[in-house]
Design a protein around this ligand. Structure first.
Ligand code: SF4
Ligand code: SF4
Length: 364
């Protein structure tokens, strides 16, 4: 029986405890939760403070969603001498004969303190859904413009700078539109052996993929995260069946999350709507450059398509950085486009054949 401590007794911690109970009860026992804000017991498990952790030499599993906080907790645990540190992946799949750590966690032990919480790359720029308000402006990209090699060089450049990246997302556009997606995944895993790697898809093509891709994902221990939209929500059962039959680790973000979309970019920096950020921490790497969010990274496409001049400042060459610490400091700085980001919800919908500025930007 392996005993563990779980950092975080909130919703994620409870989900982890539930999975341990239902899937690993004969192998894993949660000795205690560590939590700064709670005391007593949660789900019958004692809650201890960080000060008490020194008394144990057990592995700690951080069970917090936000990767910036995971990074801070990792540093804290390291500073008090915790040796074995993991992050809970919060996957939804049933157990596929994996051990607890392999199936439910990614390992943080061994990472430098100056690690990066999260990086995203485009496997493709274009999409088969073309949603209005897509923050990657995918509806503006055409298949013919797509350059296959970019993602490989982007993975290479960022992993040359640091391999200590907590979460690495391969997205787009729709990544499953890419025939050689398996090669991209294999390459990412080779470059980033410890990271939580996820492929983000709208799910529409899941039932059409060849078994080879699922084999690569299973062997590389990469999660398929399905963001459901209205058209995908009708295929949920079929998608889950394919993934379970092929033992692919997965997360489903159900449709009700997405029935309202936030169209975030206002043409004016003095918009009447409340300011918000829907992409905090979604650092994107593209064509050898890096930016704090997709809204600014792919803004050139929006500006040139519609002849507008939203501010593109905040995109830096990866060559300008020599370490992760410098880079992270730059990625949390506010950029001029932040003044244009507001809270404005719209119903989910697809762009018409002729794209309009209003599909992506609040013009009022
Ligand atoms: S499915 Fe995702 S990437 Fe594709 S257009 Fe919609 S929001 Fe953008
Ligand atoms: S421009 Fe700033 S506020 Fe807008 S999504 Fe990006 S980081 Fe957030």
């Amino acid at each position: 029986m392996i005993e563990i401590l779980v950092y975080g007794a909130g919703d994620n911690g409870k989900t982890l405890a539930e999975r341990v109970k239902t899937l690993y009860s004969s192998e894993v026992k949660i000795k205690a939760f560590i939590d700064k804000n709670k005391t007593g017991e949660v789900m019958g498990i004692p809650v201890i403070s960080l000060d008490s952790v020194n008394g144990y030499s057990l592995p700690v599993v951080i069970s917090i969603e936000k990767r910036q906080i995971v990074m801070a907790v990792y540093k804290e645990l390291k500073s008090i001498g915790v040796k074995d540190i993991f992050m809970f992946l919060n996957r939804h799949n049933p157990r596929y004969n994996n051990s607890f750590f392999e199936g439910e966690c990614s390992e943080l032990t061994g990472n430098e303190e100056s690690l990066l919480p999260h990086i995203e790359v485009h496997a493709v720029d274009y999409c088969n859904l073309n949603c209005k308000a897509c923050i990657h402006y995918s509806g503006l990209y055409k298949k013919e413009e797509f350059q296959k090699e970019i993602v490989f060089s982007d993975i290479k450049e960022i992993s040359n700078l640091t391999k200590d990246i907590i979460s690495f997302y391969i997205l787009g556009g729709e990544p499953l539109l890419r025939e050689d997606l398996g090669d991209v995944i294999k390459y990412a895993r080779e470059c980033l052996p410890k990271s939580d790697i996820q492929v983000l898809t709208n799910g529409l093509l899941v039932s059409e993929r060849f078994v080879d891709l699922w084999t690569v994902m299973r062997e590389a221990n990469v999660t398929l995260t399905v963001s459901e939209y209205e058209p995908t929500s009708h295929k949920s059962d079929e998608i889950i069946k394919v993934l379970q039959n092929n033992k692919v680790p997965y997360i489903i973000r159900p449709y009700n999350y997405k029935d309202k979309f936030i169209k975030t970019i206002a043409l004016s920096a003095d918009s009447q709507y409340k300011h918000t950020c829907i992409c905090d921490g979604c650092v994107n790497v593209y064509k050898g450059t890096i930016a704090r969010c997709p809204a600014v990274m792919y803004l050139e496409k929006l500006n040139s398509e519609f002849g507008i001049e939203l501010p593109e400042d905040g995109i830096y060459s990866l060559e300008d950085f020599t370490n992760a610490k410098e880079l992270y400091a730059k990625m949390v700085e506010k950029i001029p486009l932040c003044n244009h980001c507001v809270e404005y919800t719209v119903d989910w919908g697809q762009c018409a054949a002729v794209r309009k500025l209003e599909d992506f930007v609040i013009t009022e």
